[in-house]
Ligand binder design. Structure first.
Ligand SMILES: NC(=O)c1ccc[n+]([C@@H]2O[C@H](COP(=O)([O-])OP(=O)(O)OC[C@H]3O[C@@H](n4cnc5c(N)ncnc54)[C@H](O)[C@@H]3O)[C@@H](O)[C@H]2O)c1
Length: 249
């Protein structure tokens, strides 16, 4: 991956930050993007401290102009785009299908689903200009099974898998691979918010994982890197579950 260009959204924290660092450790030049500028710059500092190359570009993935500027800013800075990890996402509020507010629905769909579509819409043309590329979209195990109290989140992540398969078919002959990852419960700020820091809720989550622990962001990052490497050259349109066996039963 030496000298290649990787763009990661939602890279100010959690899974996005760990993946940005992992790309940089493999020699890629990394564009760290997020709505959170302070966290994004911290990710860049961590990469540079490790001897890597990165820059921060602020973008809101739910905003079409912002995403267009992010991709053109990436090309201006690093000359093109080879890998994109469309990772930015929010959990939204926990509420049943009948209690989910219209505002929560719209916000979750705008960031988690429309955001992934907007990113691909702008990333694919610049990858085509370069002769190919690899996209990894961040879904969830909530993209393959239902999740009570999370209707918007679950619908958005199922949608990400549909979008992934569609783009994979559309660009397979043009050397662009598009896959999704479906993480299980991973130790990040999202899970802290989701459990309200309550140790009992955390241990309930842990009990639902056959391997008996939550996942680490680095374990998701290594799967993203594999999907971007030539080792997975025959893999496209695939939703890769990384969940310690959570949805195996
Ligand atoms: N943590 C888990 O257990 C888990 C499980 C399955 C899937 N995921 C998915 O992984 C991805 C990353 O989650 P995480 O756990 O690292 O969460 P996180 O909250 O730690 O990080 C998400 C990042 O996305 C950024 N973000 C939010 N809205 C944005 C927007 N509109 N534009 C740009 N950036 C935005 C946030 O500022 C934050 O830095 C999400 O798509 C999430 O749905 C997480």
């Amino acid at each position: 991956m030496k000298g290649k260009v990787a763009l990661i959204t939602g890279a100010a924290a959690g899974i996005g930050r760990a993946t940005a660092i992992a790309f940089a450790q493999k020699g890629a030049r990394v564009v760290v993007s997020d709505v959170n500028a302070a966290g994004g710059k911290e990710t860049v500092d961590l990469i540079e401290e490790g001897g890597g190359t990165a820059m921060f570009l602020r973008a809101d993935v739910a905003d079409a102009e912002s995403v267009a500027a992010l991709v053109s800013g990436t090309v201006d800075a690093f000359g093109g785009l080879d890998f994109a990890f469309n990772n930015a996402g929010i959990e939204g509020e926990a509420a049943s299908t009948t209690e989910c507010s219209g505002e929560n629905w719209d916000r979750v769909i705008a960031i988690n689903l429309t955001g992934v579509w907007l990113c691909m819409k702008h990333e694919i043309p610049v990858m085509l200009e370069r002769g190919g590329g690899v996209i990894v979209n961040c879904a969830s195990i909530a993209g393959v099974v239902g999740y009570a109290t999370m209707p918007a989140y679950t619908a958005s992540k199922h949608g990400v898998i549909g979008l992934t398969r569609t783009a994979a078919l559309e660009y397979a002959k043009q050397n662009i691979r598009v896959n999704a990852i479906c993480p299980g419960v991973i130790e990040t700020e999202m899970i802290e918010r989701f459990t309200h820091g309550d140790p009992e809720r955390r241990s309930e989550l842990r009990e639902g994982v056959p391997v008996g622990r939550l996942g680490r962001s680095e374990e998701i990052a290594s799967a993203v890197l594999w999907l971007c490497a030539d080792d997975s050259a025959f893999v496209t349109g695939h939703p890769l579950v990384i969940d310690g066996g959570h949805v195996a039963g």
